[in-house]
Design a protein around this ligand. Structure first.
Ligand code: HEM
Length: 401
């Protein structure tokens, strides 16, 4: 964060959300930006909202949006759409994430968690990301679509380059764009094949239900089917895997909080206040982007159409105006209006599933271990993306309970 002179004598705060150093020390950098201004200037005319009030307001303001989908971004389906296109598609997908639908997944998720923990406890030395969090979140989301286990590693490789397309074009190098486009091409070809196969042999899964809707219903057009499948597959696993490891790391670094969290486990799950605090403290989504579609005002500043805006979710979650002692992990925190799942019309559709999965994963991990010891000196965070926050790996030694 540097002060940067702009028009006339005014000096405005500057904050670059794509600065490579951000992944190592995001929260101290956010703090200086937040204290300097509610809206900072960023690269390429970007306006960066830093405080909870403004991020929350902007997420709910439909004068900010995405505008016309560009060809490569079509793969994000309704995540990248504005009203009136957004609502009908979101409603179709929402049936898979209703409280009843998500509750019905709990027994299966518990079995998956325990299978992975059985193996991890046998090995004792594990990487909590690649041996636990990734396989769990992939199996859950691929299970919704009944995709075979042997294809899941391939699916995992395609997603990170495609997810970079969520960032503004100037944040991407030519190589990033080429990698994203070729991964998107492979993913689309794969889903085409799966849709054709499943059309011949439908089953009791979400993919079959969406195909039936597209073939017989009036709400889901055939050209919307594939992007919707792509979005639901991609949105669900990287974010959830990273909140499991971010949450584990936060608890391991705060043994007093880990003890409290362990004492509050019920039905093998973390309690909701611990889960909310882990989501707030180190969210797996740090930032989201919008473009002003119709004139609006944020923090008293008029923003004309076409203005690109970055909303710092991670910074809003540590705003002392809303959270007392925000940089402290407090699993008993009572007032916790974090923005980790967004807000407004794009509020995370998968939030109930993500909460269930992460609280079962961490609850069972704590309940089935007496001791968890990190075996890496320095924990490194993924540096390739501004949007997603997660560790590169989390090696640990587990002592069974
Ligand atoms: C801890 C894990 C997760 C986090 C932190 C997270 C975060 C978010 C955020 C911040 C948004 C809003 C983006 C924006 O406003 O620009 C979002 C939207 C979305 N999320 Fe999640 N998510 C998680 C897990 C999941 C899961 C498990 C699924 C589904 C399997 C999912 C599906 C979606 C979908 C479909 C949207 C788009 C909603 C819309 O545009 O109406 N997410 N998520």
């Amino acid at each position: 964060m540097n002060p940067s002179p702009v028009s006339g004598s005014a000096v405005r705060a500057y904050f670059d959300p794509f600065a490579p150093a951000l992944c190592t020390t995001p929260y101290t950098r956010y703090a200086s930006a937040r204290e300097a201004a509610a809206l900072c200037e960023g690269p390429h005319g970007l306006i960066v909202a830093t405080r909870h009030a403004e991020v929350s307001q902007a997420l709910r303001d439909n004068r900010l949006g995405h505008g016309r989908l560009t060809a490569p971004n079509r793969i994000f389906s309704f995540l990248g759409m504005d009203p009136p296109d957004h609502g009908p598609l979101r409603r179709i997908a929402s049936r898979f994430f209703s409280p009843t639908a998500v509750d019905a997944l709990a027994p299966r998720i518990s079995v998956l968690v325990d299978e992975l923990l059985d193996r991890a406890l046998e090995q004792q030395h594990v990487d909590l990301l690649t041996d636990f969090a990734y396989p769990l979140s992939l199996r859950v989301v691929c299970g919704l679509f009944a995709l075979p286990e042997q294809e899941q590693a391939w699916i995992r490789e395609q997603t990170p380059p495609i997810a970079r397309l969520l960032e503004p074009p100037y944040a991407l190098s030519d190589n990033d764009v080429t990698a994203a486009q070729s991964a998107a091409g492979r993913f689309v070809a794969y889903l085409h094949r799966k849709i054709n196969e499943r059309r011949q042999h439908p089953g009791p899964d979400a993919l079959s239900a969406l195909i039936a809707e597209a073939d017989t219903g009036s709400t889901l057009h055939r050209h919307d089917l594939l992007p919707m499948c792509a979005l639901l597959l991609m949105a669900g696993y990287e974010t959830t895997a990273n909140i499991i490891t971010n949450g584990a790391l936060a608890l391991l670094r705060h043994p007093d909080q880990l003890t409290i969290a362990r004492s509050r486990i019920s039905n093998g799950q973390l309690d909701s206040s611990t889960m909310n605090e882990l989501l707030r403290y180190d969210s797996s989504i740090q930032i989201t982007f919008r473009t002003v579609q119709r004139p609006t005002v944020i923090a008293g500043r008029p923003l004309p159409p076409g203005t690109p805006v970055a909303l710092l979710i991670g910074s809003a979650n540590h705003d002392p105006r809303v959270f007392s002692r925000p940089d402290r992990l407090d699993v008993t925190r009572a007032h916790n209006p974090h923005l980790s799942f967004g807000a407004g019309i794009h509020y995370c559709l998968g939030a109930p599933l993500a909460r269930l999965e992460a609280s079962l994963a961490l609850g069972r991990l704590l309940a089935r271990t007496r001791r968890i010891e990190l075996t890496c000196g320095t924990v490194r965070h993924k540096a390739t993306t501004a949007t997603i926050r997660g560790v590169e790996s989390l090696p640990a030694t587990l002592t069974p309970a």
